[in-house]
Design a protein around this ligand. Structure first.
Ligand code: 13P
Length: 251
């Protein structure tokens, strides 16, 4: 069982192309010796500049969403095929901000995952419970259901291109991080769900990240947990030194 840590920065709707290049150029020397995979998920308009800026480094580039159709009358949308054609390697799918503000559902998440895998991308699939769900004791059910529906139709072979990010919604952008124990518990539960779907070997080789107010100060403890294989970092990924400190903690 060998899983490589993956640390991904989700920039959300921040940085224009020039600012993206500047941030990546600051980051590059800081993560040159990373023992883990490093990814930056940038706004769509930053992708060309980011792909150019990461050249010669180990940093991978992700988009933050994709549509499920290859092309067509879907004003304002971007297809997985388009991302792949540019050289993008990863795409975040099912982020809670997409689910909460833009109407993404388990079913549309499943369709996006399918399209991204068909296009040859690696998916960072986000799952996570709302505070009310945690308080009602249904975190496990919610995360297992989101995982199962999103992966409907995904084969065991394709799972080598799926990363799962456990992001409790109440921890995102709130400064209220899940405890290391809470993070590990749910990541283990997601892994058990994968074992049920695909068997132990796929479950043990799938990277499961934690996300939600992860920062330079709390990363080491979170990443030391048995079932936490990396992080999906929002706010702290916009600060090169902080993001690099999280990368350094992933070993
Ligand atoms: P924060 O790290 O800002 O809480 O955001 C987490 C997140 O949503 C990453 O996708």
């Amino acid at each position: 069982m060998s899983r490589k840590y993956v640390i991904a920065g989700n920039w959300k709707m921040n940085k224009n192309p020039a600012e993206a290049v500047a941030l990546i150029n600051e980051l590059k020397p800081l993560v040159a010796d990373a023992a883990c995979d490093v990814v930056v998920a940038v706004p769509f308009v930053d992708l060309p500049a980011a792909l150019e800026a990461v050249k010669g480094s180990k940093i991978g580039v992700a988009a933050q969403n994709c549509h499920w159709e290859k092309s067509g009358a879907f004003t304002g949308e971007i297809s997985a095929e388009m991302l792949k054609s540019m050289g993008v390697g990863y795409v975040i799918i099912g982020h809670s901000e997409r689910r909460t503000y833009f109407g993404d559902t388990d079913v549309t998440v499943q369709k996006r995952v399918r399209a991204a895998l068909d296009a040859g991308l690696t998916v960072i699939l986000c799952v996570g419970e709302y505070l009310e769900q945690r308080e009602q004791g249904v975190t496990g059910e919610v995360c297992a259901m989101q995982t199962k529906i999103a992966l409907g139709g995904v084969s065991a072979d394709e799972m080598s291109r799926v990363i799962i990010a456990y992001e409790p919604v109440w921890a995102i952008g709130t400064g209220r991080t899940a405890t290391a124990r809470q993070a590990d518990e749910v990541c283990a539960l997601i892994r058990a769900t994968l074992a049920g779907l695909y068997g132990r070997s796929v479950a043990d080789s799938t990277v499961i990240q934690y996300g939600g107010s992860m920062n330079a100060a709390n990363a080491a403890e979170l990443l030391a947990q048995k079932d936490v294989d990396g992080g999906l970092i929002g706010g702290a990924s916009l600060k090169p030194a902080d993001f690099a400190a999280i990368v350094a903690a992933a070993k």
